[in-house]
Design a protein around this ligand. Structure first.
Ligand SMILES: N[C@@H](CCC(=O)N[C@@H](CS)C(=O)NCC(=O)O)C(=O)O
Length: 251
């Protein structure tokens, strides 16, 4: 029995849900409320000492980190593969995955956190904010660097530049096929999808307005059956007011 500890609006959780549903695997949903701090509870820290979602539990054993979870799922449940079989193409796919984890995934946190967290923290004193960051095993320093008033212009410009570079790379890859690697939907496409969706939800879709290949690829992504299954109601920011948004929106 597969169990996924996840949060609806968490981009890392969405990445795993896309793969679980693409592979038509049955899984039990264990929703974690980030607002209620369930990801920092002693019970949850036992299965994920980083205090972040998602965590997959398979037969009682925990697997952490969305990229690792997705590779694990393809290793153990290969019936519907999401990775190329050829080692060189597989290396290309992994290079994408690595780039996505290093560049756009951290970059999207900057506009995302500014839009959704900062309003929530405005009522906190500096001491309360400091104490809150002290509880975070993985992101203490990141949150402190951001501060409770959010990232400034230079950080925002850097993040948008990185997201722009990512779109440029996607566009270039799509010159030779409908998907990022080797003409087939793979973990590369699934891994970048939540960032693109979040960009759309943040009103940044004009960044690919002049990139028709990216636009069409995103259309194909949304038309796949795994998309709506993974983005179940409550997973998107569209239509939610900033005031309503909270830690549940953590990317
Ligand atoms: N590298 C981890 C990162 C997971 C992660 O950052 N999860 C976010 C939600 S997308 C989270 O749980 N944040 C809570 C926090 O930082 O306190 C993965 O890909 O699974």
């Amino acid at each position: 029995m597969l169990e996924l500890y996840h949060a609806l609006v968490s981009t890392c959780s969405q990445k795993v849900r896309l793969v679980l549903t693409e592979k038509k695997l049955e899984w039990a949903s264990r929703l974690i409320s980030l607002d209620a701090g369930e990801h920092l509870s002693p019970q949850y820290l036992k299965i994920n000492p980083n205090g972040v979602v998602p965590t997959l539990v398979d037969g009682g054993d925990a697997v952490t980190d969305s990229s690792v979870i997705n590779e694990y799922l393809d290793d153990v449940y290969p019936a519907i593969p999401v990775r190329p079989g050829n080692p060189k193409t597989l290396a290309q796919m992994r290079a994408w995955r690595q780039y996505i984890d290093e560049v756009p995934t951290p970059a999207i946190r900057v506009p995302s956190f500014n839009a959704f967290f900062v309003p929530q923290w405005s009522g906190m004193t500096d001491r309360q904010f400091f104490d809150f960051t002290e509880t975070l095993p993985l992101r203490k320093h990141f949150f402190r660097k951001m501060g409770k008033t959010g990232f400034g212009e230079a950080d925002m410009a850097e993040a948008l530049d990185k997201l722009g570079q990512t779109l440029g790379r996607i566009d270039a890859a799509l010159a030779s096929g409908p998907w990022l690697v080797d003409g087939h939907y793979s973990l590369a496409d699934a891994s970048i999808t939540p960032t693109i969706v979040r960009m759309e939800d943040l009103g940044l879709s004009q960044m690919w307005a002049e990139l028709p290949r990216v636009k069409q690829w995103y259309g194909r992504i949304q038309a796949r059956p795994n998309f709506n299954a993974a983005y179940m109601p409550g997973s998107r920011h569209l239509g939610r007011s900033r005031r309503d948004a909270s830690l549940e929106s953590c990317p």
